[in-house]
Design a protein around this ligand. Structure first.
Ligand SMILES: [Fe+2]
Ligand SMILES: [Fe+2]
Length: 167
């Protein structure tokens, strides 16, 4: 069924938000590389790539339904962090914003009776739940590590190797 109106506009905005998330993660990757933490940097880069996959999923959904999405304004990431903990906290804050946006899309799809978008939105609800859980778990571990440099290097190695394994 053709996608148009309010829901099409909202999904279009979601495409921009996912691309914005990719840019935020890319900046966080740079911040971690600057702090000589290549594993954590790689983890953020992989997250960045995943956000572009998310943007593509919404783009495909729109074009499959004869809509023509246009990428909106992507702004400078405005990341101001100095510690690993702050980097992951910034990541969690952004994921929570994205989760809220997905819930709003879900509510709108229900209001509009748009059955065709529900499976895709279900996938995203689950995905956001997992994203928030995994970032939350890392935050907990970074807090446990505290000022222990060895612990931080172990986490860096672990997050780096997880990406190579391709999750
Ligand atoms: Fe995403
Ligand atoms: Fe995400």
């Amino acid at each position: 069924m053709e996608l148009k109106g309010k829901l099409a506009d909202a999904i279009n905005d979601q495409i921009t938000l996912e691309i914005q998330a990719a840019v935020v993660y890319r900046q966080l990757a740079i911040e971690m590389e600057v702090q000589d933490l290549p594993g954590i940097s790689g983890w953020f880069l992989a997250q960045s790539a995943e956000e572009l996959v998310h943007a593509q999923k919404f783009t495909d959904h729109m074009t499959d339904r004869n809509a023509a999405p246009k990428i909106g304004t992507v702004t400078a990431p405005n990341i101001n962090i100095s510690t690993v903990l702050e980097a992951f906290e910034a990541s969690l804050a952004h994921e929570q914003k994205v989760s809220d946006s997905i819930r709003n899309l879900y509510r709108l799809a229900q209001q509009e009776g748009d059955i065709d978008s529900i499976p895709l939105l279900n996938w995203f609800v689950q995905e956001q739940l997992e994203e928030e859980a995994s970032v939350g778990e890392i935050i907990g571990r970074v807090k446990l590590i505290g000022a222990d440099g060895n612990g931080l290097l172990r986490l860096d190695a672990e997050l780096g190797s997880r990406q190579e394994g391709g999750e």
